[in-house]
Design a binder for this molecule. Structure first.
Ligand code: NAP
Ligand code: MG
Length: 402
């Protein structure tokens, strides 16, 4: 077979620990034998981020703006323990945070569904994709503990110096106060990313908030979504046969549990934080969750939802056998390759991406899987594979499909 050509590169962001090991195996076994892989490589491994004062992360995000498609390996977000481990000059910020801030995107997380890994919710047949607004609310809050009686007020001073005040509470004793905010610009980009991604993936879009209680704050989210839908997306949604649906967050939770899946659920920041962990767990495994950052300007960055699987890496360093699940990282690659193919009208590349996804799913459905899945599968007579063996088995299946 001739190797598939890729005239336009995609941005490749390498990462850390066990996922960095899987990254290399996936490229060598599943990609390079079949594709003349054209990537612009950025090493976001913590050592190199430290050497470049994190400039490499900024460069990788800028390259994503240039080429529109990126694939990213999981990376360490440094904490105190990582300072001596990697001799860090600074506690560098989360690369995902830096990239998201530069691309102004929304993260969509979706489970990969295979027979034998059954969702805990019996009715779920298709993936539920969660879109989490990634700016503001309690994640940018200002808080106070107050002592004794007193008046708390919200004060807004406009550019001309005029003040608007609202009383929050007249305290008669000790208490707590919290100030949160969001910006129209951020809510608008969030809404546009959600509508665009729904069209892209031909799925209905749900959005939920608590507008009945929060009549200005949450209601603004609801109004902006409705306005953008009516003025920019309604016709395309109707043509694509998909719908936009708004409901209260508590009603949404009830409907989600009773649904079959197969839609995007857009959530405010906190709701998305909580619901994405619930949905991931209920679908079976964090190792089977994909994640894509979609910017309103049309940039796509694909990755696995899980981290660097640190515990497995330390075993690997000791020379012990690991059984780390590479599925979400493989799907990050196939997502990016498929999107590259779509943007460049490269049908061969798109076909390859779909084949590799199919090969991965069929391998698991044939009973060959990593330990994390073996522990929860309903299939009988499964073979637990090491990290290497699992990828080798996928390659065998892939050969039969190509
Ligand atoms: P993690 O890497 O997702 O791993 C947590 C646990 O989940 C693992 O110890 C493992 O359980 C299980 N697991 C996750 N992915 C798996 C896979 N592919 N195959 C098998 N088991 C898997 O989260 P963490 O340990 O909290 O974080 C480790 C590092 O990753 C941190 O430095 C964090 O900053 C970083 N992180 C990065 C990203 C990102 O780049 N997007 C996201 C999250 C975390 P067992 O140990 O029980 O086998
Ligand atoms: Mg969370």
């Amino acid at each position: 077979m001739e190797k598939i050509q890729m005239p336009v590169p995609l941005v490749e962001m390498d990462g850390d620990e066990m996922t960095r090991i899987l990254w290399k195996m996936i490229k060598e076994e599943l990609l390079l034998p079949y594709i003349d892989l054209n990537t612009e490589y950025y090493d976001l491994g913590l050592e190199h981020r430290n050497e470049t004062d994190d400039q490499v992360t900024v460069d990788a995000a800028n390259a994503t703006k240039k080429y529109k498609v990126a694939v990213k390996c999981a990376t360490i977000t440094p904490n105190a323990a990582r300072m001596p481990e990697y001799h860090l000059k600074e506690m560098w910020k989360s690369p995902n945070g830096t990239i998201r801030a530069m691309l102004d995107g929304t993260v969509f997380r979706a489970p990969i569904i295979v027979k034998g890994i059954e969702p805990y919710v019996k009715t779920w047949k298709k993936p539920i994709t969660i879109a989490r607004h990634a700016y503001g609310d309690i994640y940018k809050n200002v808080e106070m503990k107050v002592k004794g009686p007193g008046k708390a007020q919200l004060v807004y001073t406009d550019a001309a110096g005029n003040e608007t005040r609202e009383t929050i509470h007249d305290f008669t004793g000790d208490g707590i106060i919290q100030g949160v905010h969001n910006t129209e610009a951020s809510i608008r980009s969030f809404a546009r990313s959600c509508f665009s991604y729904a069209l892209d993936t031909k799925q209905d879009l749900w959005f939920s908030s608590k507008d009945t209680i929060s009549k200005k704050y949450d209601h603004t989210f609801k109004d902006i979504f409705a306005e953008i839908y009516e003025t920019e997306f309604k016709e395309e949604f109707e043509a694509a046969g998909i719908t936009y649906f708004y409901t209260l967050i508590d009603d949404a939770v009830a409907r989600v549990i009773k649904s079959e899946g197969g839609y995007i659920w857009a959530c405010k920041n906190y709701d998305g934080d909580v619901m994405s962990d619930m949905v991931a767990t209920a679908f079976g495994s964090l190792a089977m969750m994909t994640s894509v950052l979609v910017s309103p300007a049309g940039y796509y960055e694909y990755e696995a939802a899980h981290g660097t699987v640190q515990r497995h890496y330390y075993k690997y360093l000791k020379g012990e056998e690991t059984s780390t699940n590479s599925v979400a990282t493989i799907f990050a690659w196939t997502g990016a390759l498929y999107k590259r193919g779509e943007l460049d009208a490269n049908a061969a590349l798109q076909r390859f991406a779909k084949c590799l996804e199919q090969a991965t799913i069929q391998t698991i459905e044939a009973g060959k899987m990593t330990k994390d899945l073996a522990l929860m599968t309903t299939l009988k007579d499964v073979q637990i594979c090491s990290s290497e063996q699992f990828i080798a088995e996928i390659r065998k299946t892939l050969e039969t499909l190509l």
